[in-house]
Write a protein that binds this ligand. Sequence first.
Ligand code: PLP
Length: 428
Amino acid sequence: MAVKTMNKSKEYLERDEKYVNQVLARYSPTVIERGQGTYLYNMEGEKFLDFGCGIAVTNIGHCHPKVVEAIQKQAEKLLHVSVTAYHPNYIDLAEKLVEITPKSLDSVFLTNSGAEAVEGAIKMARYVTGRPAIINFRGSFHGRTYLCASLTTSKLYYRDMGEPLAPSIHTVPFPYEYQMGKSAEEAMEETFEYIDMLFHQFVNPKQIAAFLIEPVLGEGGYVAAPKGFLSRLKKLAQEHGILLIADEVQTGFGRSGKMFAVEHDNVEPDIMTMAKGIAAGMPLAAFISRKELTSKWPAARHGTTYGGNPVSCAAALANIQVIQEEKLVERAAETGARMLKRLKKFAEGKKHIAEVRGLGMLIGIEFKNEQGKPCKDWAEKVAQRCLEQKMIVLTCGQQGQVIRLIPPLNISPAEEEEAMTILEKALS
Ligand SMILES: Cc1ncc(COP(=O)(O)O)c(C=O)c1O
């Protein structure tokens, strides 16, 4: 995104170009030195309102004092042990995750990143079912490793890593009402009809290990599955002995206005992946399943050197405590609903705004051009205008035609007002 480059950052940007693999694209051309609460500060000391949260990671804001303290204390005691032995934080965190996830999920594996969590979940699903195939959904994002990129269809450039991609992956439509031009009911019907066709013409359901789904498409445009969709999918999965894997990497830890987005549909997936909001920015992720399934996966069939690092686990425990004590799940539902209502009202009659949608504090604004087609230019222009007014906003969507608002769950009313004012100006 072309914006003015600030002076002190400039030297770093030049050295970045010289020494860093430029495949790593960054959204904003500035160098961030520190973060506090809802704000990031660059090398020039300029303050940015952060509505990107490092892509939905810093759900409790930057450098929350309770998390910083937990990290400092743990860093003095033990930095690493891996599978050499057990450590208490791993077990404490596993117990906590069992407590806050849907009831039937009771067996945790910790990893470093969302992609590793998805890879682990798929590997386990294949092992325990003895089936090879996976059904994924059009427009979803599951990570950048070889298997995860093969499972990702949000944008071509994630998959554009050279054929052949991983085999036995069957992609079905996600019930994206606006894109399909259909009601929720009709969009769901289209998806289930497609799955039915798949079962009769492409793949025997007995070959399918799992459905893999994001309850809300993240990178694919902030599109929540219509109410009732996940529960119907779970029912279908059960009829065929297929597992349901919910990828909650972006939606977890209060982001959707529930601790996990599957709760909106009262669905208990067989496996659930989580990352991002788990540890306030420290590298950590997890997949959780039922003991009854994980006990079919013999010891040492999977492992990790760094996953479940003691410092990351300490950060996660403090982070979850903050989410619970400060009632941030409830707060996300309230603040998100208020922002959504205001933005929907503001969008009325604006011909380039195709749709404003959201669940909790996952809010997407989709843009269209004069012909009614997805419009990336508008999304980029709005994000750029926000940046010029010192507010960070990220884009998403299958053609980059959506801006996504993912602020910390604990933004203050003043910060909310500041953001809405900047956004309304940028959108005008
Ligand atoms: C839904 C979803 N799954 C998986 C991933 C991959 O996570 P990571 O980047 O930590 O590997 C992401 C990252 O954006 C995601 O949004």
